[in-house]
Ligand binder design. Structure first.
Ligand code: THU
Length: 132
């Protein structure tokens, strides 16, 4: 699907700013909001490793901090062309803001695969929201 390919190309652009001096594993993400905008994210590592933020969460937090709350798709790419499958924390964050959404990943040789967030994280944690 052309839209997925285009979003994946946007994720590649986000690789440029990845900050990964410890793992040297760079990741880029491109997030499509329900309002039609695309937000880029990259991984941002820290000397205190646990403070590292993955590319997916960088993109979502950027977008939410700019007023977005609903997202349709996120494409994720690794700088070394391996599959950057979202970690468990990111899956839970995707569940929060795009439970009906899709994740586009590269499965080798430029082949894209599309997964539903709910396939990647069945039974994600939820609390009642009051939307404030
Ligand atoms: N990482 C991401 O940014 N997204 C993923 O989907 C997998 C892992 C980052 C975190 C860390 O900076 C590096 O990849 C190695 O774990």
């Amino acid at each position: 699907m052309e839209e997925n390919k285009a979003l994946f190309e946007e994720a590649k652009k986000a690789l440029e700013f990845a900050y990964a001096p410890y793992s040297h594993f760079t990741v880029g993400a491109a997030l499509l909001s329900a309002s039609g905008k695309i937000y880029h994210g990259c991984n941002i590592e820290n000397a205190s490793y646990g403070a590292t933020c993955c590319a997916e969460r960088t993109a979502i937090y950027k977008a939410v901090s700019q007023g977005e709350r609903e997202f349709l798709k996120i494409a994720v790419v690794a700088g070394d062309s391996s599959t950057a499958s979202p970690c468990g924390i990111c899956r839970q964050v995707l569940w929060e803001f795009m439970p009906q959404g899709e994740v586009i990943l590269e499965m080798g040789q430029g082949e894209l695969a599309v997964y539903k967030v709910k396939e990647l994280l069945p039974l994600g944690f939820e609390l009642a929201k009051d939307n404030t």
